[in-house]
Design a protein. Structure first.
Length: 427
């Protein structure tokens, strides 16, 4: 099953199939039953905790148990007052012809990564302005179940209307176990190991039990990361495990980790710029990676402030690229962001495990897998006598042509020899 993320394809279909601490499963089941019986006490369910442990998966499993579709809004969507009203608001009160058979609800509304609302009291400074207040109104008046997922519960609570939303919701810290090596821990590790081996065998690959154990030890409880690593090793079975983990299925892993390490630990500006010449990811991705992992590398508050100030300068130029189409500023954005280490005086000596920016993971799910992207870049590169890296930098150009009209899109697809799925890479 090349070109498909196992995480998405093998997502549990039922609440009973998901991995979580047993006491949490009971609380969620009770909330689900209250909606099934039409005896609702909390209109919304908040699931918060670490990334990759199954919060969003649980939301889809609940909807599947209900037998209803999911209306999803996530951080890649505009979530201002009007958008919430148009999408979540209408979905919260709209019923279908069969809703009476389900005690009056016909869909599940998912507000994924709800802690990532971007609001501001200053006009134009927050793209989601008014969204939190509108979300509060939706929860108050909803006739359909609402699920909110988030990593930073306390940050969400500090936002406008955050505390009021929490008071109207069943709030659960989502965990796979309460204490390491307890019953839930051992049972979930056993289930995950068993499921992994079945998935690998079903796809015609082989992986040793020792490699699975190593991956579990490195990543648990990050289920998404575990399955991504297992898929990478299974598909690239001729290489060593360490090589596969370095070149795995996660977006841009082949060089982004190396460059991140060079930026924060190598701190040689010339070396960083040379490595960036052969990168297989966009400048905007580089900024997202630095933004995600900078707080781990700059533990001193002053260092963190200085480093983010440098990164923000790079982001300003990237914004001009996006808004004004001034593409020459892309180089400025990259060069400035690569020098973010200059703001860090107290270098972190401890090991840091770099994390994937959630936005890149969402883009990966919506645009297709990294394998599909690489194949598309390679195909265009062969036709244009360019490297995949050069093609990646010019995707905006092909995307602009494809967006002008259906005729131009069809002509471009034919000229490049791409199919419909590969065209989705262009946008």
């Amino acid at each position: 099953m090349h070109g498909v993320f196992w995480n998405d394809f093998y997502r549990p279909a039922s609440l009973e199939d998901t991995l979580m601490a047993n006491d949490i499963r009971i609380k969620i089941r009770d909330w689900v039953d209250s909606w099934k019986k039409g005896e609702v006490t909390r209109n919304a369910l908040i699931l918060w905790g670490e990334a990759g442990i199954g919060k969003t998966t649980t939301a889809f499993a609940i909807a599947n148990d209900f037998g209803v579709p999911v209306i999803e809004m996530n951080a890649s969507d505009l979530r201002d007052r009007q958008s919430i009203r148009n999408i979540a608001g209408l979905a919260s009160v709209y019923m279908d012809l069969f809703s009476m058979e389900r005690k009056g609800f016909s869909k599940v509304i998912l507000m994924d990564e709800a802690d990532n609302f971007i609001e501001s009291r200053r006009n134009g400074k927050g793209s989601d302005t008014g969204g939190m207040n509108e979300l509060l109104n939706v929860i108050k008046n909803t006739k359909n179940p609402i699920i909110l997922t988030m990593n930073d519960y306390y940050g969400f609570r500090r936002k406008s209307s955050g505390s009021e939303i929490i008071n109207l919701s069943l709030t659960i810290e989502f965990k796979l176990y309460n204490r390491k090596r307890d019953i839930d821990y051992n049972e979930n590790v056993r289930k995950l190991r068993s499921n992994i081996m079945k998935i690998v065998e079903e796809n015609g690959f082989r992986i040793s039990q020792s490699d699975v154990s190593t991956i579990l030890e490195r990543n648990f409880p990050d289920i998404r990361g575990i399955i991504n690593d297992v898929q990478s090793i299974s598909i690239n079975s001729n290489s060593s495990m360490d090589e596969n983990l370095a070149e795995g299925m996660r977006d841009s892993t082949n060089s982004i980790f190396e460059i991140m390490k060079e930026i924060f630990r190598g701190r040689n500006y010339e070396t960083i710029l040379n490595k960036l010449k052969d990168k297989d990811f966009d400048t905007s991705d580089l900024i997202l990676w630095i933004d995600k992992n900078l707080p781990k590398e700059a533990e001193d508050p002053v260092d963190l402030m200085n480093a983010f100030r440098i990164l923000s300068d790079g982001d300003i130029f990237m914004g001009r690229v996006m808004k004004k189409q001034h593409f020459r500023y892309r180089t400025y954005a990259e060069d400035i962001s690569a020098g973010v280490f200059n703001g860090i005086s107290n270098v972190n000596k401890k090991f840091v495990k770099y994390e994937f920016p959630s936005m890149i993971m969402r883009m990966s799910r919506s645009k297709g897998s990294r394998v599909m992207r690489k194949n598309t870049l390679r195909k265009i590169g062969l036709l244009t006598h360019s490297s995949s890296g050069q093609v990646s930098k010019l995707l905006w150009f092909y995307s602009a042509i494809a967006s002008t009209s259906k005729e131009n899109r069809a002509e471009l697809m034919n000229a490049l020899g791409l199919d419909e799925k590969e065209m989705e890479i262009l946008g």
